[in-house]
Design a protein. Structure first.
Length: 210
């Protein structure tokens, strides 16, 4: 069974639009990621640091090694490794083209050169980067590292606050549920006492009639 499946199937035209530009999918994915992070073991720091590590590594040109590097960075920052793997979702087919263009042009600017290379439309791979090591890979490393540091700080700051609110909301909801359960048990005990008192009263009246 697929998680979060819709009760009513989406019309075919909405499916096509969602493939081109997943507006609804982004919102639902955000809720899904939020709940997944909230249910992970660890405090707000560990979860936020782990997710920020995955997001930061997504802004580096080390294609094919993002999961491994995000886990290593999460371990180094005492973050959640599972959260770091979820954080790599920041890098996806819709965001990678913008990420690559940004870190490439930033790297070229930092190196004081001009953007002469053309990024392949089919996407980047380690083989392509190695073939154009100086033209593409070095500028992307130069632009990716400072960007990754900034991205880590932003996602850590946002993630920690969101996790603190999420955990507080869960604690409050759990306490509210416990209070309702206690009140219900108290009502049941009170009803039982009243029933017992009424039964004793009826029994005494029968005894007096006899």
């Amino acid at each position: 069974m697929t998680l979060f499946r819709r009760r009513k199937p989406r019309p075919i035209h909405r499916r096509i639009i969602n493939v081109i530009w997943p507006l609804m999918g982004i919102k639902r994915t955000g809720h899904y990621v939020m709940h997944r992070l909230g249910r992970l073991r660890g405090g707000p720091y560990a979860i936020a640091a782990g997710f920020a590590s995955g997001a930061a590594i997504s802004f580096t040109p080390f294609m094919g090694f993002h999961l491994l590097l995000s886990a290593a960075l999460a371990w180094a920052t005492r973050g959640s490794i599972v959260a770091s793997l979820i954080g790599t979702l920041i890098g996806n087919p819709w965001t990678f083209p913008f990420i690559w263009l940004w870190i490439y042009h930033l790297g070229v600017w930092m190196m004081g050169g001009e953007a002469t290379a053309v990024l392949p439309e089919e996407g980047l791979s380690i083989s392509i980067l190695m073939d154009q090591f100086r033209g593409i890979f070095i500028p992307m490393i130069m632009g990716g590292l400072p960007t990754a540091i900034v991205v880590w700080g932003i996602f850590y700051w946002l993630g920690r606050r969101l996790m603190e609110r999420y955990h507080l909301h869960r604690r409050n909801r759990s306490m509210s549920r416990q209070r309702k359960l206690a009140m219900r048990r108290a009502d049941e005990m009170l009803q039982q006492k009243r029933s017992n008192a009424e039964a004793r009263s009826v029994g005494s009246e029968v005894s007096e009639d006899r």
